[in-house]
Each structure stands twice: as C-alpha cells, then as structure tokens.
Design a protein around this ligand. Sequence first.
Ligand code: CP
Ligand code: NVA
Length: 304
Amino acid sequence: MTVRHFLDIDALDTGTLQELIANARALKDRPGETGLADLPPASVLVLMFDKPSTRTRVSFDVAMRQLGGQTIVMNSGETQLGRGETVADTARVLSRYVDGIMVRTDAHSKVTELAEFASVPVINGLTDRSHPCQIMADIMTFEEARGSIAGSRVAWIGDANNVANSWMQAAVRFGFSLRIACPDDLSPDPVLLDWALKEGGRIDVTQSPDEATQDADAVVTDVWVSMGDTDEVKRKELLRPFQVDQRLMSLADKDAIFMHCLPAHRGDEVTADVIDGPQSVVFDEAENRLHAQKAILAWCFNLM
Ligand code: CP
Ligand code: NVA
C-alpha cells in the first residue's frame, strides 16, 4: 500500500482535503468517542524538532494520546542527525521502530527526503517553505466562523512567508481568493505563485494593505521575523506599514475575522486591541491544530 505522507496542501486533491476537514470536525464534535479513529495499541509517532515549538509539539502529542498512541520527542542537537548522520539513514532507521514521523525543520528538502526514504508516514510540521498542518486548522476555523471558504476573500498582510505559501496552495485547492499585501522585498516565492496562477488560483499581490483588506472575510498575518530569519532590523523597518490595526480591520467586511497562527508579537504585526478583540479567532485556530492533526494522523494511518 502507498504510504500516505502529509507534506503540503498542494500534494493532496480538493476532495481529500475537504474530507480531512470534515473528519476534523467530527473528531472535535465527538471527543473521546472510540471507533472514530482508534490507533492500534502502542502506535508511536516521532516528533522531530530542529526549531522551537509550543502548539505543534503539544497538539501532536495530545492528538496521538487521544487516538490511543504515544510519541517520542527528538530535539536537534540530541540526535545523531545533528552530528552528520544522513536524513536518508535516519528515515530508514526510524521506520524500523515507529509508525510515523512528524518533523519541523528548516530546509523543505529534509522533509521530502525523509518521506522518500521512510516506509512510514511523514508529516510536515513546518519548514522554511510551508506549514500545511496550520493551514488545515485555519481552514477549519474559518469555516466554523464564516461557513464554506470556497468563494470567500482572504487578505494576507505582511511577510509572504512559509505560512503564506500554504495559504496560497489552499487558495487553489479550496477555491477562495487570496490578496497578499507585502513589501516588494518580501514577496511570495515566484515559483509557487506561478504554480498557483497556472492552477487557476485567484491570487493578487499588492504593496497596499488597504487594497488587500477591502471587503475581506478574513484578515491574516504572521510574525515579521520567522524562525531562522537573520535580518530582523531590516524586516521590522520594511513591515512597519503592514501592521494590522483597528483602522485596517474596519476596511474589511463587518463580520471579518482576524487570524494569526501564533506566536504573536503585539505592537508589531498586530495591535493588542485587534488580536484580543471580538473579531479575533486566534485561540480557535490554536485549538483546531489538535482536531485537524487528529484527522491528518487518522488519514496517514488509514483509519478514516
Ligand atoms: N503555530 C505554530 O506552529 O506554533 P508553534 O511554533 O508553537 O508550534
Ligand atoms: N512564520 C513563522 C510561523 C511560526 C509558527 C515561523 O516560521 O517562525
């Protein structure tokens, strides 16, 4: 049987992605119900971290426990991978012990190489290129608040980073329009943008946050300095005009939601009154990481 890896939104078709969201909702609605997605006893997921994490680490751990499995956390610097063992050998060895591998790392090629050599499912828990688990939770959250995301208008404000890349892929697969407002120097990956447009994605890129936010159903932002970015001073200077504040939110649809994958920096990418205000759904997004990832695990393990 083909191993089901969860590497990126664009790797799955629309039907599968929608089924994952529906399964996540069912798992959320019926917590603790056995039979929905039970793992064989003693199933183990390895959680590999080359970068820090709060939500990804805890939500995957809790997700495995709730499905009846267990986890082992491997932090970089404490493994032979950190001392030069190859990714391919690591994938082959781990596949002899465990049932799945979740990895958070820098270079996206490490995740694809792990998947190439592992005989168990590999899940992308964030790379420099993308963050697909986050976007599954975000689509679920949007739909809880605003109904089907198909045909909706989403505004991304700020750095067109790894999270924005996954939003672009989602715009194609889920059929919503995405307006990205970013400084010229922090524009979307041209290869990915080109792919999205060729696939019929409705994606606009502008340098005007006002233009992107006009009538939007959701306004989304992320940190100005992602893990691994070294040019903090320059980024903060470039991104200062891209702060999401109440004035900007007032240009969006009156029922618009504010989204952020967290961690957030109040006073930088978003003002406190917006992120802590009534339009914010950021803690629903965080909670939905758990439910969305249970559905992803259940799909990877052929349980749902
Ligand atoms: N949003 C997110 O992935 O959070 P962590 O970095 O805490 O895992
Ligand atoms: N863009 C951020 C997301 C953190 C969850 C980063 O990569 O640091």
